[in-house]
Design a protein around this ligand. Sequence first.
Ligand SMILES: Nc1nc2c(c(=O)[nH]1)N[C@H]1C(S)=C(S)[C@@H](COP(=O)(O)OP(=O)(O)OC[C@H]3O[C@@H](n4cnc5c(=O)[nH]c(N)nc54)[C@H](O)[C@@H]3O)O[C@H]1N2
Ligand SMILES: Nc1nc2c(c(=O)[nH]1)N[C@H]1C(S)=C(S)[C@@H](COP(=O)(O)OP(=O)(O)OC[C@H]3O[C@@H](n4cnc5c(=O)[nH]c(N)nc54)[C@H](O)[C@@H]3O)O[C@H]1N2
Ligand SMILES: [Mo]
Length: 683
Amino acid sequence: MSVHTTACPRNCFSTCGMRVTVEEGKLRLLESHPENRATSEGLCLKGQSYIERVYSADRVLYPLRRATDGSFERISWEEALGVIAERLGAIRDQYGPRSVLFYSGSGTKGLMNDLALDFWRLFGGCTTTYGDLCWPAGLEATRLTLGDNRHNAPEDLANANLILFWGKNPAETNIHQMRFVEQALDRGARLIVIDPRRTQTAEGAELLVQIEPGTDGALALGIAHLLIRDGAIDHDFISRHVLGFDEFAQMVQEYPPDRVAAITDVPVEILHRLAAAIGQTRPLSICAGFGMQRYTNSGQTMRALIALLAITGNLGRPGAGWIYANLQSHVFHSLKDPLALFPPPEDSGSIRVSVSTALLGRHMLEQEDPPLKAAWIERGNPVTQNPETHRVLEAIRSLEFRVVVDQFLTDTALEADIVLPAKTFFEQTDVIGAYWHSYIQIKDKLIEPPGEVKPESEIYYRLGHALGLDEEGLTASIPEPGDTAVEAYLTRRLEAFPELTLDRLRQGPVLAPGTETVAWSDLRFATPSGKVELLSEEAERRWGLDRLPGFLEPLETPGAEGTDGSRFPLHLLTPNTKDRIHSQFNNLPSIRKLNPKTLVHIHPVDARVRGVEDGAWVRVFNDRGSVELEAKLDYGLKPGCVSVTNGWWLSEGGGINQLSAARETDMAHGAAYHDNAVEVEGL
Ligand SMILES: Nc1nc2c(c(=O)[nH]1)N[C@H]1C(S)=C(S)[C@@H](COP(=O)(O)OP(=O)(O)OC[C@H]3O[C@@H](n4cnc5c(=O)[nH]c(N)nc54)[C@H](O)[C@@H]3O)O[C@H]1N2
Ligand SMILES: Nc1nc2c(c(=O)[nH]1)N[C@H]1C(S)=C(S)[C@@H](COP(=O)(O)OP(=O)(O)OC[C@H]3O[C@@H](n4cnc5c(=O)[nH]c(N)nc54)[C@H](O)[C@@H]3O)O[C@H]1N2
Ligand SMILES: [Mo]
């Protein structure tokens, strides 16, 4: 029996440090690692379910090929790589390497992921994506305003006197953050939640503001209006550290309480309460969610929210700040990649970066010179997770050849010609950062992969040989199969940081070099002016937006005349949920038992006028698609909204992205999932 350090590489705030007991080559016990201060409290249910996941009978353990009757048959690696080399080689020779799309999702984090593009360069090139499904509008809004994405250490939240969860639901999506909230509350801090849903996070709050979705920018400007009018601002901080205050103050004059109440559906009295809380309680931390920035106006929204911290001087101090994404652990070039959100202005060598992730289906179909003929998809489940499912399916089905690398037969894998089995993070060593705390952690190889599973690096190495790629280039870029070469590769990647060796990381999590516990404590912001920029030239230059964070209606406001939503009266929210990471985990019996079916939450008032009772089957639909689900009457939801957690597979009757539109956010090419008007009818 032996005990090892590792870390969970899911796309999740927590990126938990883990301690794993291995006995006779098998995982036996998973615990949280006490030295990751942010996550030492314990693992979530998903974390605890890894033993079940790794040894699941549903796991793909061998290469599979689609048979003529549509089912999958097991084939050998030699056969699989032979077929792939032949098909990809022929497509490359006929149409050029850029006719192959390389698509990767957020299924696992780590330095080893970088090898994929190294392989595709050796292949001669490929087409790949820009933008991201997850967080770009908020990242870019933060970068424009503060200069960089970093925030105070997670445990510092305990020092806040007012915590505002604005469109974030950490009780489900960042459960370890709740410990620091509880510590703050024990000290007498106040908690306010702004969310159209009465979430688990809202249970402990003194105030839940159920805002009209997509109107948070107007709310922030309305609060700023009151703060400035009443003089509840930090003049000294503003004069030293804020650029564009005068212009901002002038703009917010256009947002008096009556107008803001009409836009946001937040009563004037509540607006005053919010302004009073923000004006009077310091330090204030605003924890802004990613869900709120899935709108066509959300970059500007996020800028307006940060402005509230700037005008009240709540930056650069303990207990204060903008808690959105903390990229202080992104010290390796590769871990900065999530920030490579923009298509390069010029041709970027052999790789064509021309497909917007948010517009995946449409852009795949639109590629010319050459059009796409094949796709390689790994670490992602775009059929379930990307907007406008029918278009994604159409695009994937229009190709001549598709390879999917995954651990399970997801909706996307079901579209493949060849499915290759993917490792889990217990089966290959890697190094990862995080986006909430600043620890660099090892995820160590602890068990041999089951069946004939091979890590991606080995797949690429072998495929490179099968394709007859330049031997020297291949050996120089991709570690040869085996643990020694992988460790040598990682050691090389860590070379610039003497404090980060694999041996040291094996002892426990290490704070990234240069980590600041209180971000921006020197009050020198990384913007062109060195100040917090409420007025951003770059917002205009790069994104064609107003230099000030003015409010724009989202494109698809339900029932609103003249918008894309005019024909459908309900607003569909598709948030994340506790026991899944997007489309992962719900296929496990233990998790399934707790979450047996997809439900559409609807307010009883909206249900009654449609004759829908609790537990009834309903059709949720718009022009883009239709899904049949069971209704759950929910008094906690804002009337006019319906809510379905994202991630349910199409193959099990889910697939909520059949209803979402492929639209980008106003900045940084995010996906505006929540700009989504629907109707519900009983079946
Ligand atoms: N358990 C679990 N944890 C996760 C994930 C997961 O799938 N499962 N996913 C991880 C990832 S990749 C992400 S991106 C994060 C997301 O983390 P969060 O941002 O916390 O999650 P979401 O559920 O996307 O959205 C949060 C809340 O925003 C609310 N919301 C929607 N529209 C609006 C609006 O217009 N205004 C306001 N004020 N609120 C609105 C929703 O009702 C929801 O409760 O979580 C990460 N952590
Ligand atoms: N309607 C709606 N849709 C959404 C969202 C929303 O709020 N509403 N949220 C969006 C957000 S925030 C995100 S981040 C995306 C997530 O979208 P994706 O990144 O596509 O999400 P996952 O469902 O986590 O799929 C990851 C896949 O990677 C596989 N995988 C895990 N580890 C490995 C590995 O080591 N190797 C390989 N090859 N595969 C592996 C998993 O089995 C899984 O099938 O979804 C987006 N979709
Ligand atoms: Mo995400």
